[in-house]
Design a protein around this ligand. Structure first.
Ligand SMILES: [Zn+2]
Length: 114
């Protein structure tokens, strides 16, 4: 969507030309990365969660449920990455060129076992 196509001339004059930025105070534009940096959010799953939470359903109403589920999943992943919760591994056999390698990878945390 081109934001320059919506809003009044006055509003458009104040819009950043970066659609990911928001004006949080008059003349002060930030994007989600500025927010993550300001709050020192380092957990990548939490970063993903925050980005999602700030834009739930913006791709369309039908996508809202999907976005909310993604947030729940990201919260659980954040717990795992934080070490506050053990991963309940979901082992998938690694297949290379159609043949199992004998290695199993966790689809959730990337842990490996033979
Ligand atoms: Zn795991």
């Amino acid at each position: 969507m081109n934001y320059s196509m919506i809003g009044t001339k006055q509003e458009n004059a104040r819009m950043s030309n970066n659609k990911y930025q928001r004006e949080i105070k008059p003349g002060v534009f930030v994007d989600v990365y500025d927010v993550l940096k300001a709050w020192d959010v380092r957990n990548p799953a939490l970063q993903h969660l925050i980005k999602k939470a700030l834009a739930v359903g913006q791709r369309g109403h039908k996508d809202a449920a999907e976005d909310l589920q993604d947030i729940v999943d990201s919260a659980m992943r954040a717990q795992e990455l934080d070490g506050t919760k053990e991963c309940e591994h979901e082992w998938l056999q690694q297949i290379v060129y159609g043949k199992p390698t004998g290695l199993y990878l966790c689809s959730k945390c990337g842990a490996q076992q033979l």
